[in-house]
Design a protein around this ligand. Sequence first.
Ligand code: 6R9
Length: 660
Amino acid sequence: MSAIESVLHEGRVFPPSAEAVAGATISGMDAYRALMAEAERDYEGFWAKLAKETLSWRKPFTKVLDESNAPFYKWFEDGELNASYNCLDRHVEAGNGDRTALIFETDDGTSTNITYKDLLGRVCRFANALKRRGVKKGDRVVIYMPMSVEGVVAMQACARIGAPHSVVFGGFSSKSLNERLVDVGAVALVTADEQMRGGKALPLKNIADEALAMGGCEAVKSVFVYRRTGGSVQWDASRDLWMNEAAGKEADTCEPEWLSAEHPLFVLYTSGSTGKPKGVQHSTGGYLLWAAQTIKWTFDWKPSDVFWCTADIGWVTGHSYITYGPLALGATQVVFEGVPTYPNGGRFWSMIEKHKVSVFYTAPTAIRSLIKIAEADSKVHPKSYDLSSLRIIGTVGEPINPEAWVWYHENVGGKRCPVVDTWWQTETGGHMISPLPGATPLVPGSCTLPLPGIMAAVVDETGQDVPNGQGGILVVKRPWPAMLRTVWGDPERFKKSYFPAELGGKLYLAGDGAVRDKDTGYFTIMGRIDDVLNVSGHRLGTMEIESALVSNPIVAEAAVVGRPDETTGEAVVAFVVLKRSRPEGEEAEKLANELRAWVAKEIGPIAKPKDVRFGDNLPKTRSGKIMRRLLRSLAKGEAITQDVSTLENPAILEQLAQVR
Ligand code: 6R9
């Protein structure tokens, strides 16, 4: 039974405990419904109230929502604030400077606590260093860093001076980094000598040098290098600076730039259905509001919590639930450099025990792989650790199958902690559909109901609501403050991708399919409806992988599809036609490995096809279109039951069905 079918047949319901309801920010379903009704009644008033309560404004806004140039919505536009001020200074000014902001743990298990006061000083120093190199308001800075205090400092320093950052995940290749540097028009790059993960060093600076040498990014005048391992690096003295030396020379105070709420805080690239990643542009005010607000609601956050989001700052989850949301609230959080399986599969559990983590947020992929390890070795089973500090546990990034949900609930959450399955996207800025720990009865595999103020719905191809129980397209009916503002440098693509005319031009198209439960109205996400795969919670465009494959001189043609995978959710399967004859046996194995390595080099290891199959051709219609649905069946190893009468070359199917 597929994960979706099993959710649809899911009978188990886990109501919140009386204790969870009693202490909660949103306590009970009536309180949730009241907030929803308030938003319906006075949408702008609802958001204005939250924005005033949750953020500190230098200049208060007088306008809430400007819809005059829809879908380019503006929120709180004449208000002025600074994200870094909201995340740091205001806590220090309120007397909480000695509070721990970050508990940073390295790959090899050393941990350091950094207070709000320390963090503010470090951010100011680096902000001054950026300014000294001529980086100013509006300039873009690319950050290609390991998980580190320095990574958070770099992002916050950019926010402080109004220079939008674009963080590129440390696992991306030089080519992917180059594309992003060029597209965003960066003037500076912040990187590290090396990154340490799972006991292995990855030479980030070398990769960054390669990316810069590829050209198109001559505007990059400064490369700041965080010395993490002391590993050897090439040095260009006209451009390269050690981050700690440059910052060390600067003052530990720096007046924040007061910015319009609409000033871009960051651009984060994500895969779409074309070969070119989209630069998702976020605002300062609306984004920050939601990053903080959702933590109060979804994680029912309290000042006494120790929060831990295991994401990397290279993804949106690390932006909203490490760098911005928790700091905006003055929270104490764990930041982790390493991986869940090093030195063994008990790493997460031992860190929860060691740091007394109370709110834990991770990805279904991590849970699924840790289940396997724990079930095979009781020493690293969560039951072998004291996880009694946990209060709330969450998941993000992909659908969680009910079996993994229940295991997580029982073994990590001790049957006592609500599991919040949060549905959202790079584009939405923060959680959109999620249970509330002190209100929502939980159903494994369902992200349940929209957060207050979020008008999510399921519609058909023409934008009409479909009845509950019937699958359709997931949309959001009204703009919300944290939504993306545009695609960097490509407003047309923004409109076409997210507010398509076919749906009437007013609905935000998420790109996921969904179904609502007949009785409860709960949402279940059914996965992407476009050519985007979700591998280990990371979005990958099939077109991007196809272009990477065909850029190899031996490849004539390639088609990429997804196939369900027990651990990674989906796995990449590539069907390849070579310019030479179809390889077989050992040669095929060798070439498949070469192509895998090629994709890793072109995009990054996350995009490597799990399965590469060679054919003399691809299944095409008479008009030359690749029949992807057939490839999807072949990838899954299913018999072809579809109508193949329009297929030009049916014999090819047999060839492509063969797994080596
Ligand atoms: C935050 C993040 C977004 C895509 C999204 C959807 C999938 C995320 C999910 C989920 C089912 C959940 N997704 N959360 N699917 N249940 N709780 O992951 O952003 O990297 O942009 O990915 O991930 O398909 O459209 P992003």
